[in-house]
Design a protein around this ligand. Structure first.
Ligand SMILES: Nc1ncnc2c1ncn2[C@@H]1O[C@H](COP(=O)(O)OP(=O)(O)OP(=O)(O)O)[C@@H](O)[C@H]1O
Ligand SMILES: [Mg+2]
Length: 256
């Protein structure tokens, strides 16, 4: 029997975001619970990428980015001048639409994130590389070619390498932003299986414009439309019994 209430790992309160003069996100408020998959769905340009890039401060790189409101990561304000953004991008890792491995060997792509954690011993690095290539379900396909360039890999394998690289940074939260968008259809179930395998140990945030994929992979789902979080709740409820007409139209495939 679980009596304790789960403490959210992220708390988003009154979040408004602008790029220049255009307001992109409007008054968002929600919690992300640890070791769950939280999906964000919504049409193109609804603000999904903008939202997830706020959660690990990647938006700081955009010169015209401005926000109000609060994002708390384990109870602490993510946006203080003291926050080390390099550390945040490791703790709250990201896997992008297009896999972009570094121009280093397969091994060094993964070891890179461990080195950022000051891990230097080669036996320790070997263990971390193997462990995370296994979590990304790539080890069996690359263990003979660890010192080759990632260019020998397919697009889908490169995406799994990027997942291993993010995991080797020992993140607590891993964000996927439409990770299957540029992959062969055969890669999609592999990626979904990785997500299921990771969920007992990590908090996962999954952006997708594939409604059925969100329904398959997530526990909690949020529907973004025009920069507003129209509905946020248990995935099953969002897909089978949405409260808002706009959510209903979207999940039924009538719009977007
Ligand atoms: N760096 C930027 N500067 C100015 N405007 C931007 C920037 N990034 C995104 N936008 C604008 O913000 C809005 C939301 O874009 P965003 O990429 O967050 O949507 P999305 O829901 O992720 O869309 P998609 O499904 O196509 O990936 C769009 O109108 C987009 O043009
Ligand atoms: Mg996007």
């Amino acid at each position: 029997m679980q009596l304790q209430k789960t403490v959210p790992i992220l708390q988003i309160r009154d979040l408004n975001v602008w790029y220049g003069k255009s307001q992109i996100l409007k008054n968002l408020a929600f919690d992300v619970l640890p070791r769950q998959v939280t999906a964000f769905i919504g049409p193109s340009n609804s603000g999904k990428t903008t939202l997830v890039r706020c959660l690990n401060r990647l938006n700081d790189l955009s010169v015209n980015f401005r926000h109000t409101g609060k994002i708390l990561y384990k109870g602490n304000d993510l946006y203080t001048p003291k926050t080390k953004t390099t550390k945040i991008s490791r703790q709250i890792g990201m896997v992008f639409q297009k896999p972009i491995p570094f121009r280093k060997s397969i091994y060094e792509n993964v070891a890179y994130s461990a080195r950022l954690r000051e891990i230097k011993q080669s036996d320790q690095l070997d263990t971390i590389v193997e462990e995370n290539l296994r979590k990304a379900q790539l080890w069996n396909e690359v263990y003979k070619d660890l010192h080759a360039s990632p260019e020998i890999l397919s697009n889908g394998q490169q995406q799994r390498l990027c997942i291993a690289r993010a995991l080797a940074g020992a993140p607590e939260i891993l964000i996927f932003d439409e990770p299957c968008e540029q992959l062969d259809a055969a890669e999609t179930p592999k990626l979904e299986a990785i997500v299921q395998g990771l969920k007992s140990r990590y908090t996962l945030i999954f952006v997708t414009n594939k409604r059925r994929q969100a329904a398959r992979v997530s526990d909690i789902a949020g529907f973004l439309y025009n920069g507003e979080l129209i509905e946020f709740g248990q995935t099953e409820q969002i897909f089978t019994n949405p409260k808002d007409k706009r959510t209903e139209n979207y999940v039924a495939g009538r719009v977007g």
